[in-house]
Each structure stands twice: as C-alpha cells, then as structure tokens.
Design a protein around this ligand. Structure first.
Ligand code: RNT
Ligand code: ZN
Length: 417
C-alpha cells in the first residue's frame, strides 16, 4: 500500500467511528503552540555570565548550543522548518539584544531591545509570548525577588515586571497576535521558614503592581505560574498552587498557568484542566515531561501528554487554553529535543481531535460504563500513524527524513561552533 492508500483506509475506519480526520487535520493547522526559545541555549540567556539559578537545572553538555542571538535564531529557523502546525515564539526577558557595548539591566529593558526578535517573528508569521526573567541575576537576594523583605530588591523586580508588560504589548501590537506574559519566580526557601504568610503577602502586592502597568487586556495576557518546589528550594515555595490559583481567580485578566512538572508526582494536570475551565475563561499551560521531579525532559507522545490534549479538546478548550512547551535537555541534540517535543504535542492534539467524544459523553451520561470502556480501548489500536503522516505531509514537514536533516545540520553547523 502507498501512504496515500493507507491514509484513505484509515480515514474510512475513523469515519465508521464518527470521526472526520480531514476536519481534525484542518482544525489542528489553526491552533498555535508556543515554542520556547530556551531549549536552544540551556536556559542561559544573553545578559549575564553567571549560572542558572531559581531552583531549575539543565543537565548535560551536548556540543553545539547556541550562544549568540544569531545562533539561536539560526537554530530556531532549522527547527521551524521541521515542525508541522501553527507556532508562536516564546521568549524570556534575558534574550534582549543589545547594541555593541550597550548593557541595560532588567528593570530598564525596552521594546527596542527586542526589535530584532520582532523582525524575526514577523518574517515568519509568528506571534510572540513573553516571560520576565526573575532568576540568574545578582539582584535575586537570598533566593527571593518579588517576595523579598528588602524594599530595593522588590522594587527592582517589580520594575522588571512592568517593563515586561510594556514589551509584551509591543509584541502584540507588532505581530497582531495577543502576547501571553507569564510570571514565574523561584522564590522560596531551602529550609523550614518561620513566616510563610509574609512573603506571600509581599508577592501578591508585587504582582498586583506589575499588572497595574497600563495595558490592553486584549493584547497582553498576564499569567501566574505555580510550583511545588525547586532544587535548593525544597521546603517552601512562595508561588504555590493555592497562591497562584487564588491570585488569578481574584484578579480580572490574570490567567493561572499550570506547568505539569510543578505538582506532586501523582497529581495529574489533565484532571486539573477541566476543573479550571469550569471557572476561568482562559488558562495557560507549560507542557513538559517531569521524570520523578521537575526534570523538564523532552515531551513525548506518552499517556499523560495524550490525556492533557484530550481534556483540552473535549472541553472545547482549544481557544481558551494557551499552550506552551517548557523543557530543556542539554544532554542530547537540542534541535532534536525541540522537534520531538513539539511534534509529540502535535500528535497528542491530533489524536485527541480524532476521538469520538460526543458519543462517549452520551455513554457516560447513560452510565453505560461497559460500552465506554470497550470503545475507549478499541480506539487505541486505530491506525493513527497514517493520519499523523497525512497531517505532516499536508504541512510540508514529513515524518520521514527530518532526523537525517537534523544530523546533517549537526555536522555542518552545530559541531563547528
Ligand atoms: C520553572 C518554570 C519556568 C521556567 C521557564 C524557563 O520551573 O517552569 O516556566 O521553566 O521560565
Ligand atoms: Zn514552566
């Protein structure tokens, strides 16, 4: 059988279940997924020489990482050429690009420091998402930024957040696509604190100040990302799940952001998605693969990844959930890491779109759990690979051959750095 014949046969099989694979493919082509630029340089940024802090860690020393804006853009371009679907570019504040000899600290960065990124995104028809960078900086005082008891420290980071709101609005205006601006800090403590409330009260007031920076809520969508713990920050996290959810719930226009690496290992973000969609008009996600902890391994087409995509699709949430990838593996080819992760999430979305949820919901409502189990199991052996191959073919990014292309790029570009 040719690939076309295989797809024709798969399409027919899915149609018998009430699934229109053409409609699924067409839908997926419209849904943006945000590609994180920080996979390309091991979360280092361009504005400092020190180590990565904030309780996060990359491990590995694979050759060829990007160390300049030009290299990072070159790598992103390579990755974009290998990815099906619609993308947004996810930037962090420390990827500001300064003129020769210029340095501007994070509280003073301006839209002009991102003009080159805007030009890059516009040429490739990408929207941009943004993140203030509250880590890897000398003004992180005793592990704290926005929740610090030191007024000057707090002020510096609040000003950084405000600068980022202005930059986010600039991105949205330039690209014509709303900018999701995510606030995450590693604030917390290694050992048992004496005061868990004080830092949270300061954190709350600080985020309020940041989002009070004038902006059009249609253009800039501030989020708060929660976390359970970080390396060296094991005992107390200021921006915990309850803190962040409560903050978003009580501040109009502020979205909760769930990173699926930021929960206890038996908690499932797939189950949290519908819980939040019952209350929030919009939510945001960081999609990662936590192996035992927030290890940020490359996203795979695994069960929980599929389950998260299923929940977004069956809750009719594709336009209400802002999806971004967030992982960083320094131990393997970084172009490959980006590509496998992005393609895995696309697979998860496509497979969710090829599921007859309407019929299944009916079975559940009739309490026909026997039939529901049988149907859910039957779907698992459907020829999804043929539909995926067709989607990739239609997007001009075939499944076959992309890895050879990455190896060629490694030989010709990465290993020469
Ligand atoms: C860290 C958070 C955060 C970062 C990025 C780089 O645990 O997940 O989102 O990964 O901002
Ligand atoms: Zn994250």
């Amino acid at each position: 059988m040719t690939t076309a014949e295989r797809y024709a046969s798969a399409k027919e099989m899915y149609a018998k279940l009430g699934v229109d694979t053409e409609a699924a493919i067409a839908k997926l082509k419209e849904i943006p997924v945000s590609l994180h630029c920080w996979q390309g340089d091991d979360v280092i940024g361009f504005d400092h020489d020190g180590p990565l802090t904030g309780g996060i860690q990359t491990t590995g020393n694979y050759p060829g990482k990007a160390t300049t804006p030009e290299q990072l853009m070159q790598d992103i371009d390579k990755v974009l050429s290998l990815l099906p679907g619609k993308k947004k570019l996810n930037l962090h504040a420390w990827y500001a690009i300064f003129e020769q000899g210029e340095f501007v600290d994070r509280d003073k960065i301006e839209p002009k420091h991102f003009a080159k990124w805007v030009a890059f995104a516009k040429e490739r028809h990408l929207g941009i998402d943004f993140n203030p960078t509250f880590f890897s900086h000398e003004k992180v005082k005793d592990g704290l930024t926005l929740s610090s008891s030191d007024e000057e420290t707090r002020r510096f980071w609040i000003n950084h957040g405000k600068a980022c709101i202005r930059i986010s609005e600039y991105f949205a205006k330039e690209t014509g696509v709303p900018c999701v601006m995510n606030i995450w800090t590693g604030d917390g403590s290694k050992d048992i604190p004496a005061d868990r409330l004080g830092p949270r009260e300061r954190y709350k007031t600080a985020i309020e100040e940041i989002i009070s920076e004038p902006h059009d809520p249609q253009l800039v969508k501030p989020c708060v990302e929660s976390k359970v713990f970080g390396i060296g920050v094991e005992s107390y996290t200021v921006g915990s799940a309850e803190f962040s959810l409560s903050f978003a719930a009580t501040h109009e226009g502020c979205l909760p952001l769930m990173d699926n690496g930021h929960y206890h290992p038996t908690e499932l973000v797939s189950d949290k998605i519908p819980a939040l969609l019952a209350f929030y008009p919009e939510i945001a996600l960081h999609i990662t693969r936590p192996v035992r902890w927030d290890s940020d391994h490359v996203v795979l087409f695994d069960d929980e990844t599929k389950e998260m995509a299923k929940e977004i699709v069956r809750c009719n949430g594709l336009n209400r959930v802002h999806m971004a990838l967030d992982y960083f593996d320094a131990s393997i080819n970084r172009i490959c890491a980006w590509t496998v992760g992005f393609r895995s999430w696309q697979k998860a979305l496509l497979s969710a779109l090829c599921t007859p949820f309407a019929q299944w919901k009916e079975l559940q409502d009739k309490a026909d759990w026997t039939a529901l189990m049988v149907h859910q199991e039957a779907l698992k052996t459907m020829p999804f690979g043929d539909v995926w191959n067709e989607y990739c073919r239609q997007c001009g990014t075939p499944e076959e051959g992309w890895f050879d292309e990455v190896k060629r790029y490694e030989e010709e570009v990465l290993l020469k750095r």
